[in-house]
Design a protein around this ligand. Structure first.
Ligand code: ADP
Ligand code: MG
Length: 259
């Protein structure tokens, strides 16, 4: 087995050497609300970072700035060494490098499952139709919904729809996948089928940022837990460290409420 080079961050936890997503001094306001405050965050290639924190702490906004669904007021964000472009074709390409999966699935309602997974490949990547279909079918197989290919999203369960959303994001060969509470809208019996697909992706080495309240997933899949409160990163640590030894009062209070 090959050795993976690791560096030690100041807290002593190992992380991959190669930086993929780097946020430096990121600040964002919504009017008077300072929603992201001096965010410094580096995500290594192949790293799985789980972001947790109270409602309203800025987790979704953080995700949305990484694929520039939100602009920032100060600071820089780079992906693979390149700053986020402001607009146009470059921005479309960057967005396709950053796969995003939302709580609310966001599939195209009037397209079949297969078409949902083909569309971005054809429109953004310029992939030929036949090739896009082959790839879409393979991805649907991988997330366990190949039998639903010709149905419309409304004919699927929430868990199936979310797995299609993951397949659709993967079809763009993203460098990083962002998940914003991907299981929060699901009935309890469907949560695991989605988490299992995410676990598999993590094992395969996908770089992932996952906002979730699923602490079991955080413990088993995360390389690092980032805890946010009031627009700041309050602490970050390995899951073992964070769950057994939260340092800040905010984190202790949060964990006491959810565990
Ligand atoms: P979280 O995902 O951690 O619950 P959000 O990033 O969604 O937090 O929101 C952080 C804060 O920013 C909240 O107070 C929310 O009401 C506010 N907010 C989010 N989006 C907007 C927006 N588009 N305009 C104004 N305020 C917003
Ligand atoms: Mg949110």
């Amino acid at each position: 087995m090959s050795e993976v080079a690791v560096s030690k961050d100041p807290e002593g936890s190992p992380r991959p050497l190669e930086d993929l997503v780097v946020l430096t001094g990121v600040n964002k306001h919504f009017g008077a609300l300072h929603v992201l405050q001096d965010i410094d965050l580096t995500i290594g290639r192949g790293e799985v970072v789980v972001v947790i924190g109270p409602s309203g702490s800025g987790k979704s906004t953080l995700c949305r700035t990484i694929n520039r669904l939100e602009t920032i007021d100060a600071g820089t964000i780079t992906i693979d060494g390149k700053p986020l472009p402001a607009e146009g074709r470059e921005l479309a390409r960057l967005r396709s490098d950053v796969g995003m999966v939302f709580q609310s699935f966001n599939l195209f309602a009037h397209k079949t499952v297969l078409e949902n997974v083909m569309l971005g490949q054809i429109k953004v990547r310029g992939t030929a139709k036949a090739e896009a279909e082959t790839k879409a079918r393979a991805l649907l197989e991988r997330v366990g919904v190949a039998a639903q290919a010709d149905k419309y999203p409304a004919q699927l369960s929430g868990g199936q729809q979310q797995r299609v959303a993951i397949a659709r994001a993967l079809a763009m060969d993203p460098k990083v996948m962002l998940f914003d509470e991907p299981t929060s809208a699901l009935d309890p019996e469907m949560i695991n089928e989605v988490l299992e697909v995410m676990q598999q992706l993590a094992r395969e080495g996908m770089t992932m940022v996952v906002v979730t309240h699923e602490m079991g997933f955080a413990r088993s899949a995360a390389d690092r837990v980032v805890f946010m409160a009031d627009g700041r990163i309050v602490e970050q640590a390995t899951p073992e460290d964070f769950f057994s030894n939260p340092r800040s009062d905010r984190a202790k209070d949060f964990l006491s409420k959810i565990l």
